[in-house]
Design a protein. Sequence first.
Length: 489
Amino acid sequence: MLLGIDFGSSGCKGVLFSPEGTILAKASQEYSVETIGADGCEMDPQVFFDAFCTVVKEIAEQGEIRAIGISSHGETVIPIGRDRQAAGPALMNSDNRGLCCAQRLENTLTRKRIYEICGLPAHPMYSLPKICWFRENRPEQFSKTDRFCTVPGYLLSRLGLEPLTDDTLASRFMAFDIQKRTWSQEILSAAEIKQSYFCPTVPAGTSAGVIPAEIAKGLGLSEGVSVVMAGHDQPCGAFGAGLVRQGSALSAGSYECLCSVGDKPAAGEKALSYSLNTYCHVCDGSYLTLAFFPGALCVNWFLKLLYPEAERGGLDEVFSNIFNSMKENGPSGLLVTPHLIGACNPGWNPLARGGIYGLHPGIAAPDMMKGVFEGIACELRLNLDALRDVGTEIPRILIHGGNARQNASVQLRADITGCEFQRLEDRETGCRGAAMLAGLGIGLFADYQNAAENMQTKREKFLPQTDSMEKYEKQFQRYRDFYYRTENL
């Protein structure tokens, strides 16, 4: 059986699948990060290993495991020493203390050149600026560091295996040449960081080795269990949704992440102007272009503010009232930009703040929530327009994630974007993709397409409705105008 494990920013999930894609067991473990000042975010790396052990042990009690695929969020980086133990804290993906380092690299190489090499706009969220900050502000810990690892790389070192990183997570360092698929000497020289600090890179789906017998026994595993590199969570989730060489998927979670897969990366001034992230897909030879913005993060903030009872178990009733209102009354008339922590794609303005326009005495809580969902759908259309503007064809979108549970919210996206949506029955596509890559890594599947065909999940289709599209077109035009008029306030 194939175990897919996905490490998020706040927890770890594991799902055991049969080779035919049937879910056999699940386990999860939450954890919390330490916020330091306005921009710092760290965590003890031991927490990742403890979460891994907890999930594996729980699932091992429910079924036999043949291979484990490990997927992770990107950008988080962990220093390890020659003894393969952590030499300092995990600098988490939301840690932005490397701002000055990112700006220095941009001034040295130019924003355009960095984008040409690694497909990312210079930003402190990426791993390389964090490493530069760590060198300058934690010199004693830096002096004890042998390698800087991703979460899966650190776990490999704790499992007695050589720490590696795959091409997709390497792509999130802002130091990886996505076309040559190797560490960029040009960027590393500008950062004055030796390549020896970085783990060897391999394609996703590569086996990192077999867990040593003694460690396997402690985890409740049989001998001979392989660990496979499964990659960055977004391309891994896209693969779990069935995207191999082309297609588009939307992960509707805390952030709405729109992924488009093709045979070449997005390139040029236009792609950079939208700050599109373009990098290696888990299917070797393909590329993924990513646009993202706050989604459920904004929904949950408004829910707590307007419906405190939802936290006491009344969430289903709240959503029912909101979406019934959607069906009955058409557009809310409100314009709500979901920029609580800044604007991501396509404007990419970290100083932007959420806005509301159109309030009047007749507005009630359901109208406000409806405006939030409309704002998310309008934000999605802005990003669809950006991807199409750089030459991406998007006839349909596969949608998955917790913020796509309600039929009306998916239909609203279809009506505002004019796109066909197909909702996946399985929400845990990241774990599914990791399990598919695990099967590929041990030779269970012949190739990526064979894995996708064997482990596909059911889909439910949502087509745009002509009458609703006409009603919402004016709403979108007003939203776009509001977006650009307020982005620099």
